[in-house]
Design a protein around this ligand. Structure first.
Ligand SMILES: Nc1nc2c(c(=O)[nH]1)N[C@H]1C(S)=C(S)[C@@H](COP(=O)(O)OP(=O)(O)OC[C@H]3O[C@@H](n4cnc5c(=O)[nH]c(N)nc54)[C@H](O)[C@@H]3O)O[C@H]1N2
Ligand SMILES: Nc1nc2c(c(=O)[nH]1)N[C@H]1C(S)=C(S)[C@@H](COP(=O)(O)OP(=O)(O)OC[C@H]3O[C@@H](n4cnc5c(=O)[nH]c(N)nc54)[C@H](O)[C@@H]3O)O[C@H]1N2
Ligand code: SF4
Ligand SMILES: [Mo]
Length: 716
């Protein structure tokens, strides 16, 4: 296929003067599809084509986003020089000026407002080396406790739930290659067909093998259409639905008694709680007919093997941790984990969503998934970093909570790398106001994003084509993104930028790295002995072996494909079940007469996150040029909203205007808006600031809203 495409590409262009090939991995989702960029020089023009490359995860496939990724990398809007805001306008400055400016302002802020007045905000779209270095930068160079990253808004609920139930968090507990051979799969709040499209052939094979697929989603999507059974629940009620499934499984005797006895704690309490519930009550809470709950439970319970997948539909909730834990309750009580063709998968989102959550960008974390509040862990990392353990700051607060700290005046300076929080954070107006209050705000990005517009200084960073480093994909496989395209003009890699700032802050010795591999070798040491142990992984091994799944404690260790085969990661070796009470979504926003509809948010295939990259790609932007509100025609008519017309959506926080899109397949009480657009189409202007009490995940998936047509006319 690849050869054919290349041949076509070449014959279309007769006057090709030269052709170069560059390796990389897709800058978007957690599949981390490997790719080759073909660059042809034709007279004075360059022409590009991106082709998939064989690898164990995506097996050579690419989706439309990957195929067109180079369009944003070569966009004329790419930042190529540091830009300083002078009298409200960005002007080009040299790196030296930029670094001096940072030194002056960082020093001033810490002198005036204290060490912790400077905060660092990171990302899971950067490499492991950069994520690791950013955490070290915050603690060693800036010496602040305030560091967190956008993964908080992404998979933090699943990560906390897996840590609590299993004792550790790696997205997939078993292998993608087992999907075709399991017997039943629950897909809860995941739209893999649009969000990880190259995973789909694994599920197609599963369908051919007769695997029973159950999807849980308030909407019909390309993913739910693959399923044999679709539970179209009310947004935010997954925890209760899982209680219903568990009740039937226990009543019908599908639990694995031996597994529970040997490997699980807490089953009896959960059992007595779920048996006290009625399916009628659960039907009432979730809106899912009880026969369907029964059917799903029996299909999953009766099979010898099964897998449960969760993604943001279940997790981006103010009870996200407990909702995931309840799905894990189902998995462990049926013994469908730690054995062939069975397991849990939290489908990680960003390209390095897995690796970037392991090595210390999180407020309470040190590399190797260590805890910043654990004395032994502090001592070990301090020794790797060559500092005294007492110099290490303590834990800070989560990403969104940092915005509150800015409003309170506790944080007055921010260094932000690879994120666009005024579009991606909840309660977007509050976030924008916070960022405007900063005394000094530095953004590192490829473009002048909506957030970067508010910065005092923007530093231009390299893209996936230019920046080499490791990325840990959704399987937990550490892969090496070989990137060698030359950086345009004065663009630098994120890791170089971190090192240079550390140097002007007087920490050259701690940041004297000359390559990504150099940093990786320190990361290996720092992660050694931790939960996410990368010590045995080297660039050379990744090149030879096509990626290695962590933990990998020494260079002779082959990596760990399947977790929990003999025991869980808690000290007693057992999985911990927990009672998840059937609270009628009280801590979520309830609909009422004033705000009668549920709003849920998510994604479309052609755009990525806040859209800064994909909106610059002509081929992708053309597929969805603007935001929309998916609504059932019956509901639309009730509110006099015709198809494809402008509609105002209001919540208690604010309002946006988007175009309506009638769909017969969404629930009548729910509307859906993707979050890839900014400004007046930014759906996060509507989302509340309530967070999960445990992992601090915002409730992106449930808001109460009202809607009205912009132009009022009769609808048939
Ligand atoms: N095309 C594309 N792909 C992406 C991304 C992208 O922006 N665009 N982003 C990447 C990232 S960072 C992430 S985190 C992943 C996200 O991947 P997903 O989590 O699969 O994506 P979402 O669309 O946010 O949500 C998934 C589904 O949850 C449903 N849902 C909404 N509310 C509820 C609920 O209360 N319960 C349940 N059970 N379901 C609900 C939505 O209808 C939606 O179909 O995708 C990655 N891949
Ligand atoms: N309503 C609602 N809100 C959501 C979600 C939802 O489902 N609904 N999902 C949440 C989720 S799962 C996520 S992951 C967040 C993500 O939200 P953000 O963290 O805002 O992610 P991006 O939109 O990818 O922003 C990344 C920025 O970094 C830039 N960039 C890209 N690559 C690089 C690089 O290599 N280096 C540097 N320095 N910059 C780079 C891009 O140009 C872009 O401006 O949004 C969350 N917000
Ligand atoms: S967006 Fe995801 S599935 Fe599509 S090519 Fe990129 S990594 Fe692969
Ligand atoms: Mo995400």
């Amino acid at each position: 296929m690849t050869e054919l495409l290349l041949k076509y590409f070449r014959t279309k262009q007769q006057k090709v003067q030269s052709e170069k090939l560059f390796e990389s991995q897709c800058p978007y989702c957690s599949m981390q599809c490997k790719m080759t960029l073909v660059e042809q020089s034709i007279v004075s023009r360059k022409k590009y084509l991106t082709l998939g490359k064989e690898n164990p995860t995506s097996e050579g496939r690419l989706c439309i986003k990957g195929m067109n990724a180079h369009q944003h990398a070569f966009s004329r809007e790419r930042l190529k020089h540091p830009m300083l805001k002078v009298n409200g306008e960005f002007v080009r400055v040299s790196w030296e000026e930029a670094l001096n400016h940072i030194k002056e302002n960082f020093t001033r802020i810490q002198r005036e407002d204290g060490r912790n007045a400077l905060a660092v905000y990171g990302s899971a779209s950067i490499t492991n080396e950069e994520a690791y270095l950013l955490g070290k930068f915050a603690r060693v160079a800036v010496k602040t406790k305030y560091v967190d990253y956008n993964g908080r808004l992404c998979m933090s609920a699943a990560a906390s739930a897996a840590t609590q139930t299993f004792g550790m968090d790696r997205g997939f507990t078993n292998r993608l290659s087992e999907i075709p051979f399991t017997r039943c799969i629950i897909l809860a709040g995941t739209n893999i067909a649009e969000c990880q499209p190259t995973i789909i052939p694994y599920f197609e094979k599963a369908k051919v093998n007769g695997v029973y697929l159950i999807a849980i989603d308030p909407r019909e999507t390309a993913t739910t259409k693959m399923a044999d059974l679709h539970l179209k629940l009310k947004p935010g009620t997954d925890a209760a639905l899982a209680n219903g499934l568990l009740k039937v499984i226990i009543e019908e005797n599908y639990v694995d008694k031996t597994f529970i006895k040997e490997r699980v704690n807490g089953f009896e309490k959960v059992k007595s709680y779920v048996l006290s519930l009625s399916l009628e009550e659960i039907e009432e809470i979730t809106g899912v007919p009880r026969e369907k709950i029964r059917k799903a439970a029996i299909m999953f319970g009766k099979e010898a093997s099964g897998m449960i997948f969760t993604a943001r539909g279940v997790e981006q909730q103010t009870d996200g941790v407990m909702a995931v834990r309840n799905f894990l309750n189902i998995l462990v009580s049926t013994g469908k984990i730690g054995k062939p063709n069975s397991g849990y998968a939290a489908i990680t989102g960003q390209g390095n969503g897995q690796g970037a959550r392991e090595h210390g960008q999180k407020a309470d974390q040190l590399p190797g998934y260590r805890s910043i509040e654990n004395e032994e862990h502090r001592a070990y990392i301090a020794s790797v970093w060559g500092i005294n353990k007492d110099e290490l700051p303590r834990k800070g607060v989560s990403a969104y909570e940092m915005m509150g700290k800015i409003h309170e005046g506790e944080i007055t300076g921010l260094f932000l790398m690879c994120s666009n929080p005024i579009v991606s954070n909840p309660n977007a107006h509050f976030v924008k106001e916070a960022l405007k209050k900063l005394k000094f705000f530095v953004v590192v990005d490829l473009f002048i994003s909506e957030t970067a517009r508010l910065a005092d200084l923007i530093l231009p960073s390299s893209s996936y084509l230019e920046d080499e480093g490791t990325m840990t994909n959704l399987e937990g496989r550490v892969t090496l993104r070989e990137a060698s395209y030359p950086c345009p003009d004065e663009v630098k890699h994120d890791w170089q930028i971190i090192c240079e700032i550390a140097r002007v802050l007087g920490k050259r010795d701690h940041f004297s790295f000359s390559s990504a591999e150099d940093i990786f070798n320190e990361l290996r040491m720092a992660s050694r002995g931790g939960i996410a142990d990368y010590y045995g992984i080297t660039y050379e091994r990744i090149r030879n072996e096509g990626g290695i799944l962590w933990p990998c404690p020494d260079t002779n260790h082959k990596g760990t494909d399947v977790l929990f085969e003999n025991s869980f990661a808690h000290e007693n070796g057992k999985a911990a079940m927990v009672v998840v009470p059937n609270l009628p979504v009280i801590h979520k926003e309830m609909v009422n007469d004033e705000f009668p509809l549920y709003l849920t948010t998510g994604r479309v295939m052609s755009h990525y996150l806040t859209g800064v990259q994909t909106r610059k790609s002509a081929a992708l932007a053309a597929r969805n040029v603007e935001a929309f509100m998916e609504i059932h025609p019956v509901t639309a008519k009730k509110y006099r909203i015709s198809d494809q017309s402008l509609v105002k959506i209001e919540s208690r926080r604010g309002s946006i205007i988007v175009r309506s899109k009638w769909s017969e397949t969404i629930r009548n009480d729910t509307v859906f808006v993707p979050f890839h657009w900014a400004d007046s189409q930014n759906v996060n202007l509507l989302v509340s600031d309530k967070l999960d009490p445990d992992c601090k995940m915002p409730g992106f998936k449930v808001s109460a809203v009202r809607i009205s047509p912009i132009v009022d006319f009769p609808v048939n």
